[in-house]
Design a protein around this ligand. Structure first.
Ligand SMILES: C[S@@+](CC[C@H](N)C(=O)[O-])C[C@H]1O[C@@H](n2cnc3c(N)ncnc32)[C@H](O)[C@@H]1O
Length: 275
C-alpha cells in the first residue's frame, strides 16, 4: 500500500502505528498489539525515518494501554455506550478493547487516512469510520447523542492549536448528553521544547515532530476554564506505571526522577474529564 500522497499531518498516523508494531515485536511488549505489526507490514514506507526511538515506542505503547483500560472501565459501567476515537489513524484499539456488541465504536479521521485505514485495518462488526475533520462541527452528525459517550484522542491534540482543541471540546459537550473525554497530554510545551524536539528527533521536513502545534497546559484543571461542563476525574502519568520497568534505561531513570519532579510526570500523562 502506497502512502506517498498523505499530507504531513496525516502521516503522523504512521509513526504511532509503527511504534505499536515495534512494541509488538519486542521480547517483552508493553501493549502487545499484533494487529499493529500486521498493519504496518502492508504499508510501503520508510518507517525508520519517522523518529520512533525506543523511548517514543515505549510511551506510545503505554499511553494506548492506559486509554484502553479507561475505555474498558467505561463500557463496563455503560454497556450502551458509544466510543469515539478522534484522529483514530490506523489504531486497532477497538480490537484490543473488544467491547460488547451493545457498544458502537466510531473512528474519526481525515478522508485520506480513513481510506488507508479501510485498506489495511480489518473491519470490526461494531465499528464505523467517520471521514471528516474534527475542526468542522459536522463530524458528530451521524453519532448518537443520547447514549453515554467515551470520546478519546490518542496523539491528536498535540498537532492542533489551542483554539481548535477548545472548539473540539465544546463540540463534544454540545453534542453528547453525557460521558467522558480522555486524551494524552504532555503538559506545557514551550517553543523551545518544540524546537529541541524537532532537532533531536528527525530532520525530515514532514516528520511528525515538526507538526507540533499545541502549547499545552500545566494544571490538569485548565480545560475546565475553557469549558465549564468538564470536570477533571483522572490525571495519571505513564511515568508512574509498573511498565516503566520495561522502559529503555534513560527513560526509566526519568520515570524514577518523575516521582520527585512533577514536570517530568506531566510530560506523559493521560487525562479524563466527565461531562
Ligand atoms: C499521531 S496520529 C494518532 C493516530 C491514532 N490515534 C494512533 O494512536 O495511532 C494523529 C492523527 O490525527 C489525525 N488528524 C489530524 N488532524 C485531524 C483533523 N483535523 N481531523 C481528524 N483527524 C485529524 C491524523 O490524520 C492522524 O491520523
Amino acid at each position: 500500500m502506497d502512502v506517498s500522497g498523505l499530507a504531513p499531518i496525516e502521516q503522523t498516523a504512521l509513526l504511532t502505528e509503527y511504534c505499536r508494531a515495534l512494541d509488538a515485536r519486542a521480547a517483552r511488549p508493553i501493549l502487545g498489539d499484533p494487529l499493529a505489526d500486521a498493519t504496518v507490514r502492508q504499508i510501503d514506507h520508510d518507517f525508520t525515518a519517522l523518529g520512533a526511538t525506543p523511548s517514543v515506542v515505549a510511551l506510545v505503547a503505554l499511553r494506548a494501554k492506559m486509554l484502553d483500560e479507561r475505555i474498558r472501565a467505561f463500557v463496563s459501567d455503560h454497556p450502551d455506550a458509544v466510543v469515539v476515537d478522534l484522529g483514530a489513524g490506523l489504531s486497532s484499539a477497538v480490537f484490543r478493547v473488544d467491547p460488547p456488541a451493545s457498544v458502537d465504536w466510531f473512528s474519526v479521521d481525515l478522508p485520506a487516512v480513513v481510506a488507508l485505514r479501510a485498506a489495511v485495518v480489518p473491519s470490526h462488526a461494531h465499528a464505523r469510520t467517520v471521514a471528516a475533520s474534527v475542526l468542522r462541527p459536522d463530524w458528530t452528525a451521524n453519532i448518537p447523542a443520547e447514549r453515554p459517550a467515551f470520546v478519546f484522542a490518542d496523539g491528536l491534540f498535540a498537532f492542533l492549536d489551542k483554539d481548535s482543541v477548545v472548539g473540539i471540546l465544546t463540540r463534544i459537550t454540545d453534542h453528547f448528553a453525557s460521558g467522558v473525554v480522555a486524551f494524552n497530554d504532555y503538559g506545557p510545551v514551550g517553543k523551545a521544547n518544540q524546537f529541541i524536539g524537532r532537532l533531536t528527533t528527525s530532520r525530515n521536513a514532514s516528520s511528525p515532530h515538526r507538526q507540533w502545534n499545541f502549547p499545552g497546559f500545566k494544571d490538569a484543571r485548565q480545560p475546565q476554564s475553557w469549558n465549564s461542563r468538564l470536570r477533571l476525574i483522572d490525571e495519571s502519568s505513564a511515568m508512574h506505571r509498573p511498565e516503566t520497568a520495561l522502559f529503555p534505561t534513560g527513560l526509566r531513570l526519568a520515570s524514577r526522577l518523575s516521582r520527585r519532579v512533577p514536570s517530568i510526570a506531566r510530560k506523559a500523562r493521560v487525562l479524563q474529564y466527565r461531562f
